[in-house]
Design a protein around this ligand. Structure first.
Ligand SMILES: Cc1cc2nc3c(=O)[nH]c(=O)nc-3n(C[C@H](O)[C@H](O)[C@H](O)COP(=O)(O)OP(=O)(O)OC[C@H]3O[C@@H](n4cnc5c(N)ncnc54)[C@H](O)[C@@H]3O)c2cc1C
Length: 463
């Protein structure tokens, strides 16, 4: 039996980042992984989707080259090559994690791990050989997979989840995307750009339903302009896969209709990987598909911790990593502050991009704040106009009484790289006037943040 200070179960952005930080802090560390290093994020999530989206974006530029005074003849896509590029980017990233494990002297144990009482983990490798390892601290980071709805059972061919959606052998002519969160919307954008006829079906009244309503409406307009069909307040109640393609029954306030497509992508959220990992045997408490933890990610059983998608909180890579770092720093006896889940940015990488942090206008009102709202459209931004990307805006929400920056909501080109300004500003408890006095470079998209803040305080210059 090998003995460690820290064993991490699962090597996603939660697990591998935790292992590196643990090693930096002087802990003898091992990481257990049943598939590829890097987890969903690097292999099946954040990174391969962004590679696909980049191909879509370049293709869009080629199709609209004339708008920039350029002539591109015969611009076309090779779907197979687009998918291959995405896979090769993901493989490269996973190899990068291999390198990082080696560099940080972290032992990588390949196989399926099961927790055992007495702070042990048994691991079964691909040949069925079982080994047992023990540690002072065991951190569960087994992540999640695509959630299945009873009305939409995934068969991996006609009804698919995100893994199949990024590795299809043949581009579908028609696709229905069920769910308009970040995953559904990114695939809808990708396939529409590639030339697939896409219909998005969303149960709630707005697409990207967690976003500020103004952002949802703007994205809906942009998507419709690009040719994506959108059905909101609509529910897929059943699918018939007996024929050549799929017939999906969709219920709306106006009644039921049947949509036909080659493929239905189910993008209705995630299901955590908490079954068959020994939680019951060890006695670790769960609730509503999540492992229960305190502010430092300790479970109810001493010596066992959980971070990332398996715990409550936003299911995002940067959240998983931040939780893991905080967890091991606490184990190391460092002074750490609990994570502020109200200041986590969320991004959707379609075009126009969507990025936000903090309260929406509606949430701020519901929480009783007296607010000041400012908005600056990219149509008034020199950089946006010069770039030919004038769709979208920045919207800011401030508390009128104390000037607290309650929320920031952006839609437009490159905004996923701009939202960090609001995250840092909010973390440092910056007021609107401090943002106004921080000179932003010209011409940049980021000036729109300064102008939106100025608008909230009736000092806007370029409107
Ligand atoms: C299509 C898609 C796009 C996404 N895009 C983004 C994005 O742009 N930005 C963002 O922040 N987030 C994005 N996410 C979410 C992000 O991928 C997850 O939040 C993140 O991967 C969670 O990290 P994790 O470490 O908790 O778990 P995971 O990344 O799920 O990793 C868990 C790992 O544990 C392994 N494992 C599970 N059980 C065992 C076991 N018993 N033994 C050994 N190993 C085990 C798994 O094989 C896996 O490698 C996306 C997700 C998807 C599906």
């Amino acid at each position: 039996m090998s003995t460690f200070d820290v064993i991490v179960l699962g090597s996603g952005p939660g697990g591998y980042v935790t292992a590196i930080r643990a090693s930096q802090l002087g802990f003898k560390t091992a990481i257990i992984e049943k598939e590829n290093l890097g987890g969903v994020c690097l292999n099946w999530g954040c990174i391969p989707t962004k590679a696909l989206l980049k191909s879509a974006q370049v293709f869009e530029y080629l199709k609209h080259a004339g708008d920039y005074g350029l002539t591109v003849e015969g611009a076309d896509k090779d779907f197979d090559a687009v998918v291959k590029r995405s896979r090769s980017v993901a493989d490269g990233m996973s190899k990068g994690v291999q390198f990082l494990m080696k560099k940080n002297k972290i032992e990588v144990i390949e196989g399926y791990g099961t927790l055992k009482p007495g702070k042990k983990v048994s691991v079964k490798d691909a040949e069925g050989k079982e080994t047992t390892h023990e540690a002072k601290h065991i951190i569960i980071a087994t992540g999640a997979r695509s959630r299945e709805l009873p009305s939409l059972p995934q068969d991996g061919e006609k009804i698919i989840g995100y893994r199949e959606a990024m590795t299809l052998k043949k581009q579908p002519a028609k696709m229905i995307v069920v769910g308009s969160g970040a995953i559904g919307i990114e695939f809808a954008y990708f396939y529409n750009s590639m030339g697939t006829e896409v219909t998005v079906v969303e149960y709630l009244p707005n697409i990207v339903p967690v976003e500020d309503e103004d952002v949802s409406k703007q994205l809906e307009r942009s998507f419709k302009k690009a040719g994506v069909k959108i059905m909101t307040s609509a529910e897929v109640t059943g699918v018939d896969t007996s024929g050549e393609g799929v017939k999906a029954t969709v219920k709306t306030a106006k009644g039921e209709q049947v949509l036909e497509a080659d493929i239905v992508l189910s993008a209705v959220g995630i299901k955590t990987n908490i079954e068959n990992i020994g939680l019951e045997e060890v006695g670790i408490a769960t609730d509503r598909d999540k492992i229960l933890v305190n502010d430092y990610y300790q479970t109810n059983i001493p010596g066992y911790y959980a971070i990332g998608d398996v715990t409550p909180g936003q299911a995002l890579a940067h959240v998983a990593s931040a939780e893991g770092i905080l967890c091991v720093e606490k184990i190391a006896g460092m002074h750490v502050e609990a994570l502020d889940y109200g200041n986590i940015p969320g991004c959707t990488y379609c075009m126009p991009e969507v990025a936000s942090v903090g309260l929406t206008e509606k949430q701020a009102k519901e929480q009783g704040y007296d607010i000041k709202v400012g908005k600056f459209p990219f149509s008034a931004s020199g950089k946006a106009k010069a770039s030919g990307n004038a769709d979208g805006f920045v919207k800011v929400v401030f508390d009128a009484k104390y000037g607290e920056w309650l929320g920031c909501h952006m839609i437009g080109a490159g905004v996923t790289d701009m939202i960090a300004e609001a995250v840092v500003g909010r973390k440092l408890e910056t007021t609107g006037h401090e943002i106004l006095k921080a000179v932003h470079p010209h011409p940049t998209m980021s000036e729109a943040v300064m102008e939106a803040v100025a608008d909230a305080y009736d000092e806007v210059i370029h409107l």
